[in-house]
Design a protein around this ligand. Structure first.
Ligand SMILES: *Cc1c(COP(=O)(O)O)cnc(C)c1O
Length: 390
């Protein structure tokens, strides 16, 4: 893999290394894979448009870079969590439709609402309080500004009830609102388990809500929801994790290409006799004479501590030139030790790059060893790795 370009990035200024050569670990973001994943997801439906969820720095891959690549792949509608994320996307994409999932974030002052309007963001409103605030703000400005409505179909996190859907549609039939509702949406709680009964329940509830607003476009499916079939597609797909190569559906083959590859360099290697313990807590002991390598990455780099190993439990693995090597002992703040006994010595020289996850080690495998999900690993990557964009 060789980078064709390094885009200017707000991250670079803060990373631990000023250049690729000086970096202990490299995070490579494959924007062509991101675009291919977008096109693949968009092709899973015969009638719906495909948006992109790019909250949390586009799941750790870089907000601006991801937004531009997705836009070039044909994406017109984006979802962020915070207004500030929306502003950053707006700077890059003057014509995009940008929804703010967390709605009227902030203290609800004119400054907070004005920030959303100034950048032509569309808040996703999920309560009567938010609707009233938006209504009052539109009234004061004399502008009919767009927004989305979030309905709760079983997640109990955000959104209005079915009763509210009836009440609002009746109210608006006699007095149309002084703002424009451009989307109604809900969010699936268990789409990653295709047979979970809540999927069908949520679908039925969403259909009932949608019937209250028959002319407004509707959106239900996150990444996993797309694979539940066309009943779940409505007018707009809303994938996040699958765009970034993560596993959307549990226990199914992952059809997506890896987008993020995290590599770290071998700092040093050593021979350790049989019967010696390694790393903090002396939790894992060599079962044979071993060769170990110490990598320039730890939990402060976002490589989770829980991915480590002990005599009782296996940890995650890494990939070196066609070989899999297991983590040995606890992951520490800045360093991680791996077992390279079975790998030819000439492949493990200090300075060698080792794949922590990417095309050969699925981010979801690392996550499973750490008792979490790929989402958490991607969004925890932080700023230490030197970033490059393909
Ligand atoms: C994060 C999020 C998504 C994307 O979910 P994925 O599982 O990453 O595809 C879609 N809709 C809402 C409301 C979200 O919060």
């Amino acid at each position: 893999m060789s980078p064709t370009s390094i885009l200017p990035s707000s991250h670079i200024a803060f990373t631990a290394a000023p250049s690729e050569a000086t970096a202990g670990s490299l995070l490579t973001i494959d924007l062509a894979a991101l675009a291919a994943n977008y096109r693949f997801l968009a092709s899973q439906t015969d009638h719906a448009e495909c948006s992109a969820v790019i909250k949390a720095d586009a799941y750790g891959t870089g907000l601006e870079q991801a937004a531009i690549a997705l836009s070039e792949a044909g994406c017109r509608v984006f979802f962020v969590a915070h207004p500030r994320e929306g502003e950053r996307v707006r700077t890059q994409l003057p014509d995009a439709t940008i929804y703010v999932l967390n709605g009227l974030v902030g203290d609800h002052s004119d400054e907070a609402l004005g920030y959303i309007c100034a950048h032509s963001l569309r808040p996703v409103l999920g309560s009567y309080e938010e609707i009233d605030l938006w209504q009052a703000y539109c009234e004061r400005l004399g502008l009919k500004m767009p927004c989305a409505l979030h309905f709760d179909t079983g997640m109990n996190r955000m959104g209005l009830s079915l009763k509210a859907a009836h009440t609002l549609s009746e109210r608006w039939a006699s007095t149309p609102p002084n703002f424009e509702v451009t989307l109604i949406m809900s969010h699936l709680a268990c789409a990653d388990e295709p047979n979970h009964p809540l999927n069908k329940d949520q679908l039925e509830r969403f259909r009932a809500m949608r019937a209250c607003f028959p002319t407004i476009p509707a959106s239900l499916a996150n990444s996993a929801g797309i694979f539940l079939g066309s009943d779940f597609h409505f007018d707009l797909l809303r994938p996040g994790i699958a765009l970034y190569g993560g596993q959307a559906v549990n226990k199914a083959p992952n059809p997506m290409q890896a987008v993020a590859t995290l590599e770290s360099r071998i700092l040093s290697t050593r021979k350790v006799p049989k019967g010696w313990s390694v790393s903090y807590g002396a939790c894992e002991v060599t079962k044979r004479e071993s060769r170990l390598a110490t990598l320039c990455i730890g939990y402060a780099d976002g490589y989770l501590r829980a991915a480590g190993s002990s005599d009782e439990s296996k940890g995650a693995s890494v990939w070196i030139a066609g070989h899999r090597a297991p983590i040995f002992g606890r992951v520490t703040m800045d360093l991680t030790i791996i077992d390279i006994t079975d790998i030819p010595e000439e492949l493990t020289e200090p300075g060698t790059l080792v794949e922590m996850f990417g095309p050969n080690i699925a981010v979801d495998d690392v996550a499973a060893h750490a008792g979490t999900i790929g989402y958490e690993i991607l969004t925890s990557l932080g700023l230490r790795a030197y970033r490059r964009y393909l």
